[in-house]
Design a protein around this ligand. Structure first.
Ligand code: MN
Ligand code: MN
Length: 477
């Protein structure tokens, strides 16, 4: 074979990896920057699942989406109708009715809007060594030391004794105070830490927020530092100590999303797992042109603790939403039709994968690990050990998505979460697959996942949006 023939052969049979930046036109590069500025704004306003749900509904409302409950038994929805459903303020479904019956199947993109964090305990306030302190209980998989010695903000909702709902945000306004968890100084860490393993070094019960050091009342007063905290909270919000029993307050990093790198090519922010997929799928649905199949975007809570509860992917939310959609579009929502709508649907489980880290290459298998900047990542399987706990998508469905992406010039790559037996993880994919539908994990790869400052590539964010949009707009069989 001569050189020219070899070149042609290689062109024809070898798989190509493409860096998104090598493929973008000038116009696309501009669009990428604009898209990511809006994404940063979304992240800053969505530091909890409730806040993300509010932002999603507000964005959908502006585009003409209406609450499914406003149809109240009417069967008036026509193709193109935009509908939303919110559940317990923490889980959202959006739908654009397609030209075909939903019973013939829908196109679903499912992400999650909860992120690892520190929740306040139900009895959080105490004092020690003349300081006011707040106890937390971590939520999701964290490396505890990430949360030490950084500014933290409190976000959440409290239900008062008289059943009033009070939303709390402290630490986001530049004039607001913040909270912090102290760390041991290196000068004194040697002896305490020398023979300890990481789990013994960083202890959950030591993740306590420093919240004050000024007393209320004179020396004769008992617990006057704790009292001062509660007094200030009462002044600002009218809350009592017992109110925190019926509360969901989350300590989250107080920083805003920032550009990372001299070239501003990346975004560093808290909560990108998985609001990066929530935002890109939201925008893809809002921008999708009159889809043939009904297009759904689902935003679940509780993924980080196993998709449990009434708002997690294991709940009945999707079945409920789907039967409502069948009813309002004038079709039977009998069990059989509902099952068919679910079985015939196609789903992208929109979640992040781990990008290969230059400092920790040893945990990845480089031929199959995802890389930052190489586009939206298809993850055929997740799980641990021998793919345990994984959905493991079918060749047919991976082929379908690959075809959609190639046809629409989407830059994509494949990913595997770490070397075999190195560790592992899961997503909502397997819970949705239980309905019988085809599901594939698909989203961007990020660095420092589950840390207070996760790093994504702006090119990947933009390509993920384009990939999701192509999925919704797909017109093939
Ligand atoms: Mn995730
Ligand atoms: Mn996660």
């Amino acid at each position: 074979m001569n050189k020219n023939q070899l070149k042609k052969l290689k062109e024809a049979i070898l798989k190509k990896e493409r860096l998104v930046f090598d493929t973008l036109s000038q116009k696309q590069t501009k669009e990428m920057v604009t898209f990511n500025n809006a994404y940063k704004n979304f992240l800053d306003r969505s530091k909890t699942e409730r806040e993300a749900a509010e932002q999603i509904i507000a964005a959908a409302g502006k585009k003409g989406f209406v609450d499914i409950d406003s149809f109240s038994g009417k069967t008036t929805a026509k193709p193109g109708q935009k509908i939303y459903k919110v559940f317990h303020n923490r889980c959202v479904g959006l739908a654009v009715l397609g030209k075909e019956d939903p019973a013939g199947g829908t196109h679903i993109i499912a992400s999650h809007i909860d992120s690892p964090r520190l929740d306040l305990k139900q009895n959080p306030f105490y004092e020690d060594l003349d300081m006011g302190l707040i106890k937390t209980h971590y939520y999701g998989g964290i490396r505890k030391y990430h949360w030490l010695a950084i500014p933290l903000a409190l976000h959440g909702t409290v239900i008062t004794g008289s059943n009033k709902k009070i939303d709390i945000t402290i630490g986001e306004d530049p004039d607001d105070p913040v909270f912090t968890i102290t760390d041991l100084l290196p000068h004194l860490a040697g002896k305490t830490e020398s023979d300890k393993k990481i789990p013994d070094l960083f202890v959950g019960e030591k993740l306590n927020l420093v919240a004050g050091s000024m007393p209320l009342g004179d020396k004769t007063e008992k617990d006057r530092f704790k009292l001062h905290l509660l007094h200030l909270i009462h002044e600002r919000y009218g809350l009592t100590e017992e109110d925190f029993v019926s509360a969901e307050i989350e300590a989250v990093p107080a920083e805003k999303a920032r550009d990372v790198g001299l070239d501003r090519s990346m975004i560093g922010a808290y909560g990108q797992d998985d609001r990066i997929c929530a935002y890109t799928s939201l925008q893809a649905l809002l921008d999708a042109e009159s889809p043939r199949k009904t297009a759904l975007a689902l935003f679940f809570d509780k993924e980080e603790i196993g998709s449990e509860g009434s708002c997690g992917a294991k709940s009945n939310f999707l079945e409920d939403f789907m039967s409502d959609l069948l009813l309002v579009s004038g079709q039977s929502a009998d069990n059989r039709f509902l099952r068919k709508a679910l079985i015939n649907s196609r789903c992208l489980s929109a979640d992040v994968n781990a990008a290969m880290d230059p400092d920790y290459k040893e945990v990845h298998e480089p031929m199959n690990a995802a890389r930052l900047g190489y586009g939206i990542c298809i993850t055929k399987f997740t799980g641990v050990r021998g793919k345990s706990g994984s959905n493991d998508a079918s060749a047919e469905f991976v082929g379908k998505i690959r075809h959609i992406f190639n046809k629409n010039k989407i830059v994509w790559q494949t990913g595997e979460l770490g070397k075999i037996d190195e560790g592992g993880g899961g997503t909502v994919a397997k819970f949705l697959a239980e309905f019988g539908m085809n599901v594939l994990d698909c989203g961007p790869a990020i660095l420092s996942m589950h840390s207070p400052f996760e790093v994504s590539s702006k090119a990947d964010v933009y390509m993920t949006y384009l990939g999701y949009k192509a999925f919704y707009e797909d017109t093939a069989g």
